[in-house]
Design a protein around this ligand. Structure first.
Ligand SMILES: NC(=O)c1ccc[n+]([C@@H]2O[C@H](COP(=O)([O-])OP(=O)(O)OC[C@H]3O[C@@H](n4cnc5c(N)ncnc54)[C@H](OP(=O)(O)O)[C@@H]3O)[C@@H](O)[C@H]2O)c1
Length: 329
């Protein structure tokens, strides 16, 4: 089978194309014939070595890239009773989806409803389940809740705006370009504007009568986090769930006190998808919303196993609006 692997960390040049034997599923595992793989910023972080020392995402080289896919069950390990060969399935948070086949622990796998095409399933699991826990468990979106979403035209950003608007929260959005801001408005953001070197915090204060928002979703990190804190109300919540702009390594807890007794969390999807029941519940909500049209995910780019470097480059160049996928079959 074909697989896209890395043996060392670095830029797109560390990506290798390999022919490997089709693996056999062990106890509790399934073999999936992949039709599509999602492409995520987490793949760029993986390639760069960000998880080399991670406890949550222990990941060593050599590894096959990709943490999200959809396809059909092609083999069952012992003790697997929830799936049959041929079932249409999807999963996320298991490495190895830039390949023809992937071995995945069965508890991470969900059935995909007939109405959801495999491409959409592969495009929606990772970002969709992330947006689900961020919106429901952390943002607690409901009428009256005010929220700022950075990178609002990004994969997770677009979903947070849509879910927030649907649940009646007031969502303010920031982006790097006016065209991206318009995407956020189209998805229901109450206002969308540029980061403006951190002056988004002043704008938020102005728009909320000086109060600040209840919660900020910040996937950018170092360039924005301190201004995100300035945009948050007293005793509000700052959710730094990503660091596409670099890690924050010098934050003194006293700064949270000075900013208004803030709560800061650096959550990880793995801790909010820790068992099969939770994954199936979140995925069922996600697929229902995709089917009834309350949530939309636009495919921004289709690649093959031959040109994934271009997809990574587009993510790093910030030119992607929406979701990129690899068509495998
Ligand atoms: N904690 C979790 O549970 C969890 C789960 C999934 C993903 N994540 C993390 O969330 C982050 C976003 O992931 P994603 O897949 O949703 O990415 P994405 O939306 O496809 O892209 C990230 C967005 O970040 C913005 N950005 C700001 N500074 C950037 C920079 N220096 N380089 C590139 N983009 C920059 C870009 O929008 P603008 O140009 O408008 O700024 C871009 O659209 C990643 O760090 C990822 O690892 C965390």
């Amino acid at each position: 089978m074909r697989a896209i692997q890395i043996d060392r960390y670095g830029g797109p040049e560390v990506i290798n194309r390999r022919e490997l034997p089709v693996p056999s599923p062990g106890p509790g595992e399934v073999l999936i014939r992949l039709a599509y793989s999602g492409i995520n910023f987490m793949d760029v972080h993986t390639r760069q070595g960000k998880y080399a020392a991670s406890r949550t995402y222990p990941q060593k080289v050599p590894t096959t890239l990709g943490i999200e896919g959809a396809g059909n069950i092609a083999g069952l390990g012992s003790g697997v009773y929830d799936f049959r060969v041929g079932d249409k399935v999807a999963y996320c948070l298991s490495w190895g989806s830039y390949a023809d086949y992937a071995i995945v622990a069965q508890w991470r796998v969900v059935h995909v409803p007939e109405q959801v095409p495999l491409e959409l399933a592969a495009a929606s699991m990772f970002h969709g389940l992330t947006a689900h826990y961020l919106a429901y468990d952390l943002g607690k979106f409901s009428p009256g809740v005010t929220c700022l979403v950075h990178a609002a035209s990004g994969g997770i950003g677009q979903l947070l705006v849509q879910i927030g608007a649907r649940l009646g929260a007031s969502i303010y959005a920031t982006t790097s370009t006016e065209a991206k801001a318009q995407i956020a408005r189209d998805h229901g953001a109450k206002a969308a504007f540029l980061y403006d070197n951190g002056r988004f915090a002043d704008k938020i204060r102005e728009l909320t009568g000086g109060r600040g928002v209840d919660v900020v979703f910040d996937a950018i990190g170092r360039p924005t986090l301190r201004d995100s804190m300035r945009a948050t109300r007293t005793k509000g919540l700052v959710v730094n769930f990503g660091s596409v702009g670099g890690d924050v390594i010098d934050l003194n807890p006293i700064e949270l006190g000075e900013a208004g007794s803030l709560f800061l969390t650096r959550p990880r999807l793995a801790d909010y998808l820790s068992d099969a029941e939770t994954i199936r519940r979140r995925a069922a909500d996600l697929f229902t919303a995709l089917i009834d049209g309350t949530l939309s995910i636009a495919t921004a780019g289709r690649y093959t196993l031959e040109n994934v470097e271009e997809a990574h480059q587009a993510l790093e160049n910030r030119t992607v609006i929406g979701k990129q996928v690899i068509k495998i079959i």
